[in-house]
Design a protein around this ligand. Sequence first.
Ligand code: HEC
Ligand code: HEC
Length: 330
Amino acid sequence: MPAPTVIARLPRALALALAAALAGCNAGDVATKAAPPAASGAGVVSDGAAGGGTAGGAGPAAGGAAVAFVGAAAAGVVPLRAPTLAEAPDGPLGAAIRRGHALMLATRDSLPGHVGNRLRCVSCHLDEGRRPRSAPFVGVYGQFPQYRSRSGSVISVEDRINGCFQRSLNGKPLPAASRAMRDMVAYLAFVSRGVPVGARVEGQGFGEVPALEPDTARGARIFATACARCHGADGQGTAIAPPVWGPDSYNIGAGMARPRTAAAFIRWNMPFDRPGSLSDQDAVDVAYYIDSKPRPDYAPKADDWPNGDPPADLPYATKAGRRLATRAAP
Ligand code: HEC
Ligand code: HEC
């Protein structure tokens, strides 16, 4: 945004036009703040501010939802509502969205050089990235670039996707400018339509589970009775479910290798055919059990959380250690 001093130096007509545009911007912000988030079908429209320049520019806004431009501070929590693939536009953008969707489902077959295990994106981002508390993709597009304590830097949405390629899929990153990456980003932007930039969506992430004391022996029993019929008694997967440990599972650097993240995912999403049937304690016990099992290493992991603020359940040591915890208490 040009500073007022810059406007003052511009020819008068141009300065007026600029000032009007800026005022319009502000008015949009205020109006959006005042509107209840649930009224996403009737929000304030601000062209070009799409949950993504390219995806928002072409084709109709899906579901009649308007895309409002708001700063992260102004945006609240909005309901999770994603357009269906049938609502994707025709033409090249729609084709990219559909290819991106296909890559999420057939990740390994489509990108064998980038996937090092038997998982696919939707193994953890269930229902094609639409399920609440299964790290849905809805609204995620508008939250990047984003500061991440894991890298200690601001990352792009492409960096985030590559984090899952390298860790969750134990594979190799895609070039940011590759067609496959652009297609996946097109899909993310598409399912994020209608969510204000910077807003959080209900059920974003994996949900919460209290920090209970884990009992891995109990976890082993839960695994045998509630999980093995699909993931195999040895955790190596079957025809209907992927491995949860061993050489073909997510690696040690993956978010799912942190037992509290796994516990939340399992609490709300597993067993696949009876989600929500486990107690918090069951989910914690079985998550610590599967995350205590061997899985591929991730060599760069020691560079994670370079500012010394790793999460408490991180299963590996970092070079920076836990600097914050050693600071004097107030
Ligand atoms: C083994 C499970 C797993 C697989 C497979 C996986 N992810 Fe993830 N993904 C995660 C976890 C865990 C997080 C959140 C990590 C955290 O923030 O703690 C995440 C976060 C994300 C986010 C950010 C979500 C948010 O709410 O900010 C995106 C985007 C994403 N993954 C895309 C992908 C894509 C694309 C693929 C396939 C190439 C993929 N993931 C495969 C587990 C997985
Ligand atoms: C009815 C079959 C079934 C049962 C029972 C089941 N799962 Fe799953 N699980 C699945 C399927 C299907 C997926 C997603 C696979 C996909 O779409 O690629 C999945 C995904 C997962 C994932 C993420 C992907 C991976 O392999 O790491 C974890 C972790 C997981 N399940 C853990 C569990 C745990 C723990 C239990 C027992 C409490 C359990 N599951 C019970 C079918 C099942």
